[in-house]
Design a protein around this ligand. Sequence first.
Ligand code: ASP
Ligand code: MG
Length: 461
Amino acid sequence: MIVMKFGGTSVEDATAIRRLVSIVRQQLQRQPIVVVSAMARVTNGLLDCARWAAEGKDADVQAKLDEVKARHSAAADELALPEERETLHAALRTQLAELTGTLDEIQRGGIVTEALSDSVSAQGELLSSLLVAAAFRADGISSERIDVRPLMRTNDDFMRAAIDFEVADPLLHETFTAQVNAGCVPVTQGFIGSTVDGRTTTIGRGGSDYSASIIGAAVNATAIEIWTDVDGMMTTDPRIVPEAAKIKTISFAEASELAYFGAKVLHPSTLRPAMVKDIPVYICNSRRPHVQGTAILSHAPASKSPIKAIAFKRGITVVNVDSVRMLMAHGFLARLFEVFNRHETAVDMVATSEVSVSMTLDDTRHLDAIIADLQEFGEVTVERDRAIICLVGEQMKFTPGLASRIFTPLNQINISMISHGASAINASFVIESALVDEAVKRLHKEFFSELDEETFEKVDV
Ligand code: ASP
Ligand code: MG
């Protein structure tokens, strides 16, 4: 069995869905389970509707609903068999009626609770999966659309629900294995689940990748394929460095670092379930299915390049605490980090000296309260508009002289924090946001002017 997950652009209209069908058709002997996202832009549109409904902007809600309806209904006309067309339209109508019902409830209450928000945003996947299953049947492939919600059990932390694996794994396993063994291609939804009492939840924006990996692990799939609209993971963002190359093979550990550092191809949690079961994850381009994408493996072949990719995250805030009575005092750091814990804020990078601690934050919602609490530890200063640059590569630890290769090209660029974790697969540092492009260009030139063709490939566009 394999899991094939198709993102929003890969199901955005009838043409994209036909492409999806022909991609899956070539893999039928591998017993695919298909997981889909909502059509491109639909989740955002639905969330807009929820907000507008609460604000009483009925005309805006109606206009967006009409658009969503029209897109699905046009695709249904193009994709479904003539004899199935009416049933498919009826199924879409039922789904849309559920959506309208929830929007009415939001409008009456004047507020979008997180639970209602999930009931609304889940409709995108529920709609698109109807179309995809119908498209398979129209192409002579036995297929059934499975509502994943009763299987994908979560807690009730709406909008970011956590999976209850003990319940979900056996249910997913049983249902999908039975479908596949019956010669059927099941089509199901990413992103959504439900609570023990049957209320719809979502697992966080972009979560369909994660769903695919959870399902893949539950059925012991031999591969998890993430079909998207790029060729794979890249050495860096091609918008900054047009010569950026595709990475052919990368390890779970390296890819996790990149996903976390905002390489948008993968939801950061995706690799966890796959790693536990050692299932390879492939990133493939549904517009260019002949192109070999990126393979994410537990052990990627050793590369001649010490660095696999340069990632970065802008909009970082650095908080410094200077204190003379600090580091030697035991328990100091524990108490300091307790402040962040109390304000539910994650710290990404930490650097310490005898008299100071510097930390980077991504989420500054509680910054004022954090600063107030930190003042009891020493003098607090804040640097805004910073960025973390992160170099990732397993071969780093075997490469002497790497620090000078990293920092020499960056002369004249002020570097404020450096961290090189014990795992030695990531070297990160902080600079001003405005200097990111320049720094990334220089580093890319240093490390990727000559490509190790075993690991990287030039992208021909
Ligand atoms: N449709 C959801 C979103 O836009 C989930 C996903 O596409 O992964 O966030
Ligand atoms: Mg996505």
